[in-house]
Design a protein around this ligand. Structure first.
Ligand code: UTP
Length: 293
């Protein structure tokens, strides 16, 4: 079955990026000059997603504006002969059908996804987190959709994290299957140091069956007092089955400062007009750091 709809939860407070996130949604922080959420939506569109359900909260209106027409801006740019940029802005406004739902309080990622229930309905759907970026030839979410098509089960993306880093993630364990896949038997949100069942950490791409809805609705607050998506996924794994898989491509965690800076460098290096300048800048900065050691 085709995956037509995707949920993008964007109602979190973005506290790790304060003070900028006081007035600017975290999802609009730029990777060079493109908002992170635009890269995520372009990934979804490239995988054939037709409708995005954006879960927003207070102060997030600028995200919707970004994907809307901006007639005055377009006219001013057209008057100045900037036709390429006008075309780019129009492409953006036509990129995808965007529906917004509101999460009135940031009660957790599981709760944010549940807010999209009526807009998604009774079909399998994708979930993409705006602070996880994938640089991949085949869109990451499309790779998960392929797993769901082949197995008939929900699929989640995992990465192997460095030893000692497990406590920052939801961690899975289970039976290894061919092709680097795992049938999930166990899931723990942010395990205490030394207690993780493996080094396979859940990252922000999921394809879920509609059976997740009643499970999410019944999920009580867990770690940190938040309604955790991980807890609902653990129940889905028990009752219906769930596959975890690594993704072909490079993942960037744009949700913390270093990861966001790294993503900026990686995307800048992909731009022919910036590549040489960025390389020179990196050389200059590391020479300067070396001389001040
Ligand atoms: P994060 O924990 O990374 O985002 O949640 P956050 O809470 O905004 O950031 P910090 O930790 O305070 O810096 C992952 C995604 O889930 C969304 C966030 O917007 C983010 O994209 N989210 C989280 C919600 O939509 N609602 C919530 O209640 C929690």
């Amino acid at each position: 079955m085709r995956i037509r709809k995707a949920v993008i939860p964007a109602a979190g407070l973005g506290t790790r990026f304060l003070p900028v996130t006081k007035a600017v949604p975290k999802e609009l922080l730029p990777i060079v000059d493109v908002p992170t959420i635009q890269l995520v939506i372009e990934e979804a569109v490239a995988a054939g997603i037709e409708e995005i359900v954006l879960v927003t909260g207070r102060g997030k209106g600028a995200i919707e504006d970004h994907f809307d027409h901006a007639f005055e801006l377009e006219r001013t740019l057209a008057d100045r002969g900037k036709t390429e940029m006008v075309e780019e802005l129009r492409r953006l406004a036509r990129l995808v059908r965007l529906v917004s739902v509101r999460q009135k309080e940031p009660l957790g990622l599981g709760h944010a996804v549940l807010c999209a229930r009526a807009a998604i309905g009774n079909e399998p759907f994708a979930v993409l987190l705006g602070d996880d970026l994938y640089d991949a030839v085949r869109p990451a979410i499309g790779q998960l959709a392929d797993v769901t098509r082949e197995t008939g089960l929900g699929a989640i993306a995992v990465i192997e994290v460095a030893p000692g880093q497990e406590h920052r993630y939801g961690v899975i364990a289970g039976e290894s299957l061919p092709g680097g896949r795992v049938r999930v038997r166990q899931m723990v949100e942010k395990p205490a140091p030394g207690t993780a069942p493996s080094r396979l950490a859940v990252v922000g791409r999921y394809v879920l069956p509609p059976e997740i809805w009643p499970i999410l609705a019944a999920t009580r607050p867990g770690k940190g007092g938040e309604i955790q998506l991980t807890d609902a996924l653990a129940e889905l794994a028990r009752t219906h089955g769930l596959i975890a898989t690594t993704i072909d491509g490079e993942r960037h965690d744009a949700g913390d400062q270093l990861g966001w800076l790294r993503a900026n460098l990686a995307w800048a290096l992909k731009r022919p007009e910036l590549r040489d300048g960025v390389r020179a800048l990196c050389d200059e900065m590391s020479a300067r750091a070396g001389s001040s050691d």
